[in-house]
Design a protein around this ligand. Structure first.
Ligand SMILES: O=C(O)CCC(=O)C(=O)O
Ligand SMILES: [Fe+2]
Length: 280
């Protein structure tokens, strides 16, 4: 599958022309091959969306000890752009580039997003997807050296979402490899103009100033248009992201706009020679 026109100059991402409903196996294969795939014109109800997500692999669900994670959503999270005070991930503000599973330490291979409703979205409320493997390959040496130290320190500040993680700062490895691909295990800090933060991150044993400068430079590199696909939502859009090869984020929603996305997460078993497999 190499004849897709890509979504970034780095050669990553693919639009898939599928019927309605899209076939989960086809969508999964293209998402793993291309890193992210966009399918337009889908008409899922929440139940049909759940069925589609199940058809991609093992659904990540939060139960038993993790039942309260994400305000207790269990398997399908509603990214509703809510105005509820204190909600960040399901709220209206921007989200810095990150991969899912960093703070909770979970293996999330695919992120599945479906736009059930979109109103007056214009240019913002976009979801950003970064081709992190290429960006990592092309990372300046000074930034690489900091990541190569092996850990960053995080604190989860949105406690209603991150219910099962330590209270204070805790170290998280900068890389991960669940058997398919080694990649950056990273969540950038919120910027000061993003009113509410869901988490914060710092470079250990470094001044706040140096740590801040590191993340500014890292953000500049990862946000280069060469690596970045910006998805502007239309109702009926399905976007499936390979969470092991990308970082993603969101631009904040403008005041009058409304956007209701459904989100599922999928874990794939480590498959030798799977599409998208990168040996490292
Ligand atoms: O709202 C978005 O576009 C992305 C949300 C997100 O990053 C997440 O739910 O993990
Ligand atoms: Fe996310």
């Amino acid at each position: 599958m190499t004849n897709f026109s890509s979504l970034t100059p780095s050669g990553f991402g693919a639009v898939l022309d599928e019927g309605t409903p899209a076939d989960p196996k086809t969508v999964r294969d293209v998402a793993l091959e291309a890193g992210v795939t966009v399918v337009k014109g889908q008409t899922f109800t929440e139940d049909l969306f759940r069925e589609f997500v199940t058809g991609l692999g093992d659904t990540v669900s939060y139960d038993d000890d993790d039942a309260a994670v994400g305000y207790g959503f269990t398997d399908i999270l509603h990214l509703d752009g809510t105005r509820d005070e204190g909600k960040v991930i399901t709220g209206r503000g921007g989200l810095p580039l990150h991969t899912d599973g960093v703070l909770l330490g979970t293996q999330v291979d695919l992120i599945v997003l479906f736009a059930a409703e979109v109103r007056d979205l214009a240019a913002d409320g976009a979801t950003l997807v970064c081709d992190q493997i290429t960006a990592w390959t092309e990372l300046p040496d000074d930034l690489r050296a900091v990541l190569d130290r092996g850990h960053l320190e995080y604190i989860a500040t949105e406690r209603g979402y991150f219910t099962s993680v330590p209270e204070g700062w805790y170290p998280i490895p900068t890389f991960r490899n669940y058997g398919r691909v080694k990649s950056l295990n990273l969540a950038l800090p919120f910027q000061s103009d993003e009113a509410l933060a869901s988490w914060d991150v710092r470079v250990p044993n470094t001044s706040a100033e140096e740590s801040g400068q590191f993340f500014t430079n890292l953000r500049t590199h990862l946000s280069d248009p060469r690596y970045l696909y910006e998805h502007r939502w239309t109702a009926g859009d399905l976007v499936v992201i390979d969470n092991q090869r990308t970082l993603h984020g969101r631009r904040g929603l403008a005041n009058a706009s409304s956007r209701k996305l459904l989100r599922g997460q999928v874990t794939l078993a480590a498959i030798d020679g799977a599409p998208g497999a990168v040996t490292s």
